[in-house]
Design a protein around this ligand. Structure first.
Ligand SMILES: *Cc1c(COP(=O)(O)O)cnc(C)c1O
Length: 394
């Protein structure tokens, strides 16, 4: 491992062998006719987009998915040639660059179809578009009432050589709550909207609706492609669904810092801004050089767990912008000792789920918010993609 000087303070290690194992574990859950899209939006959920994208492709993902076109174009700029789809378009976004970069571009409404058609005329080549149906999420996507008009306009543009409709797709609202009635209801609506579009003449290469929780628990949602994000990073979509281990997944990120200072303080000493923590006796304090600017939730003040010197310690008092303090209960550790905030849990360290609970949020938010000041250290990178030498799924 190469330690830059920034990584001496703190680092997020990203275990790409674990990521490849997770991709294989997820592939083993879907049928042979179902492709896997590695969702790498938001800097691969904070794990570092390009190395993660490469590792996912090495392990058998054949599509990559991003939210914004800028993220998708960054994958192309890095030399990635797989299918890449992006779904969060804003008026004025770079449709023409997307066409020239062979992106699959989601279209949820008429404004987007108009912009992509105009760009295709300028580029003198058809755009790959995927029509998104709002089957009940109530977020992006085309409402069933507006679907006939969107399908008709897309088919007209296809006949004119301006677009190729490569996919029909949707997204779940509550797939992380097994048995939630909206899951079956959304599948019914999706089947109807697919049937309508296909009857009109759309011949989609891929139909897809499953995110990680649906990939793990709703087999009838897999269709031609599953879009997995969080599970690929070895994190369970929700603690109610199970642990990563229950699904044969291994957490990919380990966040740690080097203890910056250890000192003895008397009882009754206030700790950090606002003095929300008072030492109840003479004790030792350890300074951890990570703060809310690094993505450590201020909401976890007084609660977040850290493994230091062989024991779990809790954040003492408030998380500050760049640092927080733990009460070492009289133990002494050497400055420079590694403090592990979260990791796979193999060595007794907390997990990202423990932090999500401490901050009253979801693990997705913890990993995606790790700040740019924290170097990502990628382990297990395979410079030349060769045959799998990593372990099998499971
Ligand atoms: C983020 C996202 C996903 C991946 O969701 P996970 O729960 O992380 O698997 C899939 N599809 C869309 C449209 C998304 O925005």
């Amino acid at each position: 491992m190469t330690q830059t000087s920034a990584a001496l303070r703190a680092r997020a290690e990203v275990d790409l062998a674990a990521l490849r194992g997770n991709v294989r574990a997820l592939r083993s859950r879907v049928g042979p006719g179902t492709a896997l899209m590695g969702v790498v939006k938001s800097d691969a959920y904070g794990h570092g987009m390009v190395p993660v994208a490469r590792a996912a492709l090495e392990a058998g993902a054949t599509w990559l998915g991003t939210a914004t076109p800028q993220e998708a174009l960054a994958l192309r700029a890095a030399g990635i040639t797989s299918r890449v789809m992006c779904w969060l378009w804003t008026p004025g976004d770079p449709w023409r660059e997307g066409i020239e970069a062979d992106l699959d571009m989601s279209v949820s409404g008429m404004w987007a179809l108009r912009e992509v058609v105009a760009a295709a005329r300028e580029a003198h080549r058809p755009a790959r578009i995927q029509l998104k149906a709002d089957t009940g999420l109530g977020r992006n996507g085309c409402q069933p009432a507006d679907w006939p008009a969107l399908v008709a306009a897309a088919l007209a543009a296809q006949d004119a050589g301006e677009v190729t409709v490569t996919g029909l797709w949707s997204h779940f609202a509550c797939a992380d709550e097994p048995g939630h009635p909206s899951i079956a209801a959304q599948l019914d609506v999706f089947h109807e909207m697919l049937a309508y579009a296909e009857k009109q003449g759309v011949e989609p290469e891929v139909r897809h609706i499953a995110n990680s929780p649906a990939t793990l628990t709703v087999a009838e949602s897999h269709f031609d492609l599953v879009r997995t994000g969080i599970a690929m990073y070895g994190i369970s979509p929700s603690p109610e669904l199970g642990t990563p281990q229950d699904f044969g997944l291994r957490p990919v990120m380990t966040l740690s810092a080097s203890v910056a200072l250890v000192k003895q303080v008397p009882g009754g000493h206030g700790v950090s801004y606002g003095h929300h923590y008072l030492t109840d006796r003479e004790t030792t304090l350890g300074l951890i050089p990570l703060g809310y600017a690094d993505g450590i939730p201020r909401h976890a003040s007084g609660r977040g767990p850290v493994l230091v010197g062989g024991a779990w310690r809790r954040v003492a008092g408030r998380v500050a912008m760049d640092q927080f303090v733990v009460d070492l209960s009289g133990d002494t550790v050497e400055p420079g000792t590694t403090a592990v905030l979260f990791g796979p849990g193999d060595h007794g360290e907390p997990t990202v789920e423990d932090w999500a609970e401490a901050a009253d949020t979801i693990a997705y938010e913890i990993v995606t918010r790790i700040g740019a000041r924290v170097p990502r250290v990628h382990l297990g990178e395979r410079p030349e993609a060769g045959p799998a030498e990593d372990h099998q799924p499971g």
